[in-house]
Design a protein around this ligand. Sequence first.
Ligand code: SME
Length: 160
Amino acid sequence: MTLQNKYSTMLSRIKEIFAGSHIWRYNLSEVVYEMKSNIPKYDWVGIYLFKDDVLVLETYLGKPTEHTRIPLDKGLCGLAARERTTQILDDVSKDDRYITCDLHVRSEIVVPICTKEKLIGVLDIDSNTKAAFLEADKQFLEEVAAIIAKSHPKISISTL
Ligand code: SME
């Protein structure tokens, strides 16, 4: 199976997750599981939700992290959320904006989860391989973030 086919199969599966259950926050954990268990280079997969001006770790798989709350002016997560654009670090040791969670991590991608009006959170993935995140990963993860944003229940972020 090519990488494109694999990502396309996973996107279908992720759409099914949201179609099958209306418990949005539960679905986020399923999405994290889907990605962590199918893509070996994704060593840490997590979703932070934007609440009270801070990114709060909602669900993850991988080593526990002490960075469960990240202000928007900190880290690659804060940058992606602030600018609402995907951020990729091919070598985390070369960028002092990166907040270290695990010394084995070599590269990272952070994708904002947002609608036109509102920031919902970020999808954060770490890899123990340098430059692990390719254009195909960026496109795949941006689609995943769009599915998550589109499925967001129409409730106020402050009640999350
Ligand atoms: N490295 C992130 C912090 C979160 S951990 O990777 C889990 C950052 O720089 O924002």
